[in-house]
Design a protein around this ligand. Structure first.
Ligand SMILES: N[C@@H](CCC(=O)N[C@@H](CS)C(=O)NCC(=O)O)C(=O)O
Length: 212
């Protein structure tokens, strides 16, 4: 059974857990937090990041790499679209989500949730700057690519939907409110994908673990 190391509120860990859940693969999850890594963790995650996967004596890090491995290892419920160009596009959207979108949408989450947990003060200027410039820039691109209340590819959940929606969950936990008038397609898309059973179930598990 694959074991996933990583804190469940990480948008990258969530991506991997959702792929396992969509595929119906049983797994174990060990909560590992950046800054408090278990001894020897660098052997399975050389950059010291979460998530990491261990399956027998095989280990792997990086959510995108792990998900590509899971796609080949567990072929049921494919998470990538079928056509070559759609597959490439899905990979690009995952890359965009993991970089520019996480960098933008996780500012309120980091400042309001993670910083106090680490004994740091919330930097409200950083949140204001993100909300004024960084987030709108990322959302303008999201708004240009999402279809509204539908999946991105083949009328089914793919890795692109999971990757794009995951940081929006962190943004909401961090108190960011998506402006549905300014970003109507994005708001409809995020609500639609978050309404899918496996995502609802994952969010319920996160809330249960957080004691909410
Ligand atoms: N590209 C990596 C990014 C993983 C990542 O940055 N994870 C964060 C937590 S959300 C982390 O471990 N940060 C600790 C650090 O950068 O040292 C992936 O997709 O897995």
């Amino acid at each position: 059974m694959p074991k996933i190391y990583g804190a469940i509120l990480s948008p990258y860990v969530r991506k991997v857990l959702l792929v396992l859940e969509a595929k119906g693969v049983e797994y174990e999850n060990q909560q590992v937090f950046p800054g408090a890594l278990p001894e020897g963790y660098e052997k399975i995650s050389p950059l010291g990041k979460i998530p990491a996967l261990q399956e027998g004596d095989f280990s792997l890090s990086d959510s995108t790499v792990i998900n590509e491995y899971l796609e080949e290892r567990y072929s049921q419920h494919p998470m990538f679209p079928v056509g070559t160009q759609d597959r490439a596009k899905a990979r690009w959207l995952e890359e965009f989500a993991d970089t520019a979108l996480v960098d933008a949408l996780l500012v309120p989450f980091f400042q309001r949730i993670v910083a106090p947990m680490r004994g740091l003060e919330t930097d409200n200027d950083a949140i204001a700057k993100a909300e004024a410039k960084i987030i709108p820039k990322a959302l303008a691109y999201v708004e240009s690519v999402v279809p509204g209340a539908d999946f991105l590819f083949e009328q089914r959940l793919t890795i692109a939907d999971i990757a794009l929606v995951s940081p929006f969950i962190n943004a909401e936990i961090g108190g960011y409110q998506l402006d549905a008038e300014r970003w109507p397609k994005t708001a409809a898309y995020v609500a639609f994908v978050r309404g899918q059973d496996i995502i609802q179930a994952r969010e319920a598990k996160e809330k249960a673990l957080l004691g909410q």
